[in-house]
Design a protein around this ligand. Structure first.
Ligand SMILES: [Zn+2]
Length: 262
């Protein structure tokens, strides 16, 4: 590196900055990171805030910026889920008995608050164009995700849960006719829970204006009749054991937890 470095991007978290640096390295562009301490409004506050700057040689500036555009929400989400251990690759025996090469351990999505903040930040940026009063997350995984999106949008939050087979809200939450809601869910396969949440809100005359998802595993085939934004769309392949190419290749199989059914 020479001394003509230019800053091409700034990140709130080192994770996003390192991901961008690795991405540029894969494109053949050398980049470096600098941590800057941000002046806090509360100077005595123990948690000093850092901002990470991504810098490249001046002559690489334009091409590097073009490459960074390709680091979209899907790329970022996929990498975060892999690093969190939420998106596993290998050879898995599913609860259905079928075999697959990918598996989502969905509780791991919410295990690391820093990563929750990043992925929900991306959802909030996408969803902020919608006028809404409240953000809804169905229990359990999406309570954390819906709460974080609500926080970042500066909106009210409510969660819902299935009681006696029916999706419902605690009576303490303020949900009045005429309110507008955004629904957040972690993973959608058939969309069952989200359909129930929308129905439950419609009964209260609360209008659902958008749905935000971390992962749409349906490959984009679920339609909630409202604008829907998945950060990552996956169609995960699975096979009957006798047709499984991984079995044929002699790859060892694992049986992960049973949290991946929805
Ligand atoms: Zn197999």
């Amino acid at each position: 590196m020479n001394d003509k470095l230019v800053t091409i991007a700034k990140y709130d978290t080192p994770f996003e900055a390192e991901l961008a640096m690795t991405y540029l390295a894969d494109c053949g562009i050398k980049a470096v990171l600098f941590n800057e301490i941000i002046n806090s409004i509360f100077p005595s506050f123990a948690g000093l805030k850092y901002e990470t700057e991504l810098r490249v040689n001046k002559e690489d500036e334009i091409i590097a910026k073009e490459h960074l555009i390709n680091i979209n929400s899907a790329y970022l989400t996929e990498n975060i889920l892999k690093e969190s251990g939420a998106l596993l690759e290998g050879h898995f025996k599913l609860t259905s008995g079928r075999h697959s090469n990918k598996y989502i351990e969905k509780i791991k999505i919410i295990q690391n608050p820093e990563k929750v903040e990043i992925i929900c930040g991306h959802l909030a940026r996408i969803l902020k164009e919608f006028e809404c009063d409240v953000v809804i997350g169905p229990a359990y995984g999406a309570i954390v995700l819906g709460y974080e999106v609500a926080k970042q949008l500066g909106k009210q939050f409510a969660f819902c849960q299935r009681v006696d087979g029916e999706m419902n809200f605690r009576s303490g939450f303020t949900l009045r006719p005429g309110m507008k809601a955004i629904v957040i869910e972690d993973i959608v396969t058939t969309g069952g829970s989200v359909f129930e949440v929308i129905e439950s809100l419609n009964k209260k005359e609360v209008e659902v204006v958008a749905v935000g998802l971390i992962v749409d595993r349906s490959g984009g085939s679920v339609d909630f009749n409202v604008p829907t934004y998945p950060l990552l769309t996956l169609s995960i392949e699975s096979w009957e054991p006798e047709d499984c190419p991984l079995c044929k290749a002699g790859q060892e199989i694992t049986k992960p937890g049973s949290s991946d059914k929805r």
